[in-house]
Design a protein around this ligand. Sequence first.
Ligand code: SAH
Length: 526
Amino acid sequence: MPDARKSDAAPRPGTVYLVGAGPGDPGLMTLRGLACLRRADVVIYDYLANPALLGEAPAAAGRVYVGKSKGRHCMPQEEINRLLAEHARAGRTVVRLKGGDPFIFGRGGEEARFLAAAGIPFEVVPGVTAGLAAAAYAGIPLTHRDYTTSLAMVTGHLTSERDLDHVDWARLARGVGTLVIYMGISNLGEIAARLVRHGRDPQTPVALVRWASTPRQETLTGTLADITARVAASNFQPPAVIIIGEVVALRDTLRWFDNRPLFGRRILVTRAADQAEAMLAPLRELGAEPVSCPTIGIVPPPTPADLDAAIARLAETDYLILTSANAVEAFFARLQAGGRDARALAGVTVAAVGPKTAEALAAFGVRADLIPESYDAEGVVALLRERVAGKRVLYPRAALARDLIIRELGAAGAEVTAPVAYASAVPPGAAETAHAALANGLDLLTFTASSTVRNFAALLDPAQLAVARAIPVAVIGPQTAATARELGFTVAVEPAAATIEALVAAIVDYFEGAGAQRSAPGTQHS
Ligand code: SAH
């Protein structure tokens, strides 16, 4: 009864994708690798694969860490193989996510051989191997017509004299232009000595690149003659690749990554999660390592009744004041909930507090009629005071907003309706994120609203608060600055204009200026 046998049989095995995760920067993962990750049932990943990539796997996918960091094998290779087979045989799509490229010193070869022998279907997705990333991100072309025509990738993970003898150092010394050595930091002295003994010029330049392509990248340069002493003096640690060859000298002119203005600066961003990216992205572009810790999130007010009632009277409204992108979102959410759209604003003059709010409005098809010179409540008051006598003004506001606009425009003769359109709350998990960020060290705290300062301070115990107060603070404007000072922070950066762009530019000026220390003063490398 072949049919019955068939239905009893094990499911068809799933495919195992041996995926190269790249060297660290998640942007260096291939599109193919990402596509595999996005439909994985289970991801089995390593120490060197950037954990940020795991977020790309479906929420329901299993995630198994089998990491190996030098000397701390978390799971023996046979065990990893067994795991791959077990999941595949259960019919699952397995992504075996490996640092760099799976087939370069990553035991991808062993895993593929095992899968082939076990009859489990597999595919290999190449990745940017650490050596290539280290070279690119350190500004070292591995080949260059004027310097070298050949390149070798060599393992330096050789635990005994006999292991070292397995590599033909004599040929590598004289027969190859550029050498890229993986896992070689602990044997660097012996490797350099052998290359020199076999005829390589002791003045050959050498670069060690650690955590290539990440904000933690460090590079130490020297020559075959002095690099070992330099490593000892600076306590340079793995993971790093060693690049040996004349091309290393090109770094002096081609360096581009680790000399960006905010390189390696750890900067806390406390904005709401849905607004953080506008700040995180430019900081990242400038080389910083922004740490997102939203201390505020937007929630609807307990009841939309007041806002709904005000929206029902839009036809009799002269001015609409929107003082944040959140207010814009909240206003249109209720407008649309009532089955209406931007046309309801046909007769209304719309004032936006600044360009970002105007941009949020534009997304709903509305051009702001007015934007004050100063992008804050004072600016709004100055802009409208002379215009609103006898007019009806709608100002959908945040639950805890200052009453300045209501008071001042009221005093100027306006009839101001100010329904609470949204409230803010500290998002769950904020305390843990803040504590971890502080523990890891920060170079700068940023606050783009008074509430973010207050909420942040409230997340900390007295000892943590003391640590935080010792870190310089950047604020978006005078109000936030005042709150920060009140709470004992040192305001070091305050832009002339209260915009994210101006804030980021002021942060760059601050770090480029004198006196800014790094959070973890380490080796100051070339
Ligand atoms: N399959 C990986 C290599 C694994 S062997 C790849 O293709 O990149 C581990 C070694 O890779 C480390 O000892 C170190 O020499 C190197 N390495 C991995 N990631 C690195 C990184 N981000 N920066 C510098 N070296 C790295």
